[in-house]
Structures are given as C-alpha cells and as structure tokens.
Design a protein around this ligand. Structure first.
Ligand SMILES: C[S@@+](CC[C@H](N)C(=O)[O-])C[C@H]1O[C@@H](n2cnc3c(N)ncnc32)[C@H](O)[C@@H]1O
Length: 222
C-alpha cells in the first residue's frame, strides 16, 4: 500500500496542480496540436470500446467512474440512464466535470473527490477505469481490482498501457532520466503481469493505437 499511496499522491499533484489546464483543454472541444488531436481521437475510440462492454440501457444500474477526470465517461454513462458515482483524487478535475455535465443529467450523478477504492462509495453493477490505473504497479492494479471487484456485480472495465516497443522505450528513458518534477510515470504492463495479483479472471478486450495514444482495454471479473 505504501507504493499505492505514493503513486496516488504524485497523480493527485500532477492532475490537481501541474497538468489541470492541459487536461482541461485536451478533454474539451478547444483546438489542440495535431499530436494532441490524435490522443483525443484515440481516447474517444477507447471510451467507445469500454462502453461497448456494458448494456446499452443502464437504467437501474449503479456504475463507478473510477478516476473520472473531467467527466466524459460519466456523461455517457448518465446518458444511458446509469446512476453514476464519479470519483477522482483531483478536486479541481471534479469541479470541471461538475461544470461540464449537462444539467438534465445531474440527477444521475454523484461526484466525490477522493480515492476510487474508498468502500464508502458502496456497491456497483459495473466499474469503469479509463486510463486511471496506468501509473500504478501490477501489484497495485491487482489490489485495486480486488478491492473494487469485491463490491461489483458485473465487470471492472479498465485500461493499461501495453508493453509496445514505443511505450517500453518511453518508460526506460523515463527511468534513465527521471524528471525533476513530481509528475507520475506511466508503467506499461502485460495482462499476464497483473493476473497473479488479481484474485479473479482477466480478459483482453481490445487495443487502441492512434498517434501518441496507445492503450489496452482489459476486463476483470471477480
Ligand atoms: C489520465 S486521467 C483519465 C481521466 C478519465 N478517466 C478520462 O479518461 O478522461 C487519470 C485520472 O485518474 C485519477 N486517479 C488516479 N488514481 C486515482 C485514485 N487512486 N483515486 C481516484 N482517482 C484517481 C487522476 O486524478 C486522473 O484524473
């Protein structure tokens, strides 16, 4: 757990202080560089891939958007009728997500700033964790899946950074030349590395590669 809280603190500092504006813009409709545009497109594709794992009609379902950021997934889940619990460690991003959510959907969503694994959030039918576990070790991801899975009836749909040559080179360079600031490092994983730490079944759902965005969707069932 020491690793988990240390990573979470870095993630919080990054999203709540250094990268809030960049993230706000990337996840908006505002014009961005060509590279960031590919990331935006890749992320749209990944969100659709993840949503494809859930029933189209989510009325009566309680869904956790774990690490909701500025709330794009939260909005889609609420549009399908889910009761969404949208949690993020960054209070600033929660504030942006709240402002962005169209008013008619507000009754479907409960926002909370804090840890996604906090048991006080209750039980769920499904959990979505898009790009929110990409900074954690395999052991930490396994522990998070165990904690969330024990309170979830259906699947935990989440993403990891896959071990592609590009992402591995990026990761290795980051280790050789660590940045002086407190930004978190993305850690690429293969599903097989996480499986021994997760007390359930893992399945590979699909990979999205679009410019600088490379992400793999996995599903966990306890
Ligand atoms: C790369 S962003 C993705 C945000 C959102 N899921 C999306 O796809 O737009 C990762 C998010 O996960 C949140 N996060 C990471 N670890 C968390 C934790 N342990 N509890 C709550 N939020 C967390 C970060 O604050 C950040 O907003």
């Amino acid at each position: 757990m020491a690793d988990y809280s240390a990573t979470r603190d870095r993630v919080e500092h990054y999203f709540d202080k250094s990268a809030t504006k960049v993230w706000d813009r990337l996840t908006s409709d505002a014009p961005v560089s060509r590279i960031r545009q590919t990331v935006r497109e890749g992320r749209d594709r990944m969100r659709a891939t993840m949503l494809g794992r859930l029933p189209a009609d989510l009325r009566g379902c309680r869904v956790l958007d774990a690490g909701c950021g500025t709330g794009a997934m939260t909005e889609e889940l609420a549009r399908r009728g889910a009761d969404v619990v949208a949690v993020d460690i960054s209070p600033q991003l929660i504030g942006i997500a709240q402002k962005r959510l169209p008013a008619p959907l507000a009754r479907h969503v409960t926002f909370a700033a804090g840890d996604m694994t906090d048991p006080s959030h209750g039980r769920f039918d499904f959990v979505m964790a898009m790009d929110s576990l990409i900074y954690y070790s395999a052991a930490d991801i396994g522990a998070v899946l165990g904690r969330l899975g024990s309170r979830t009836r259906g699947g935990v749909v989440f993403t990891v950074a896959p071990r592609t040559p590009f992402l591995m080179a990026f990761f290795t360079l980051g280790k050789l030349f660590p940045r002086a600031d407190r930004s978190p490092t993305m850690i690429p994983h293969a599903m097989e590395q996480i499986a021994p730490h997760a007390p359930g079944r893992l399945a590979r759902i699909g990979r999205v590669t679009r410019g600088f965005y490379i992400s793999e969707c996995l599903e966990y069932r306890p």
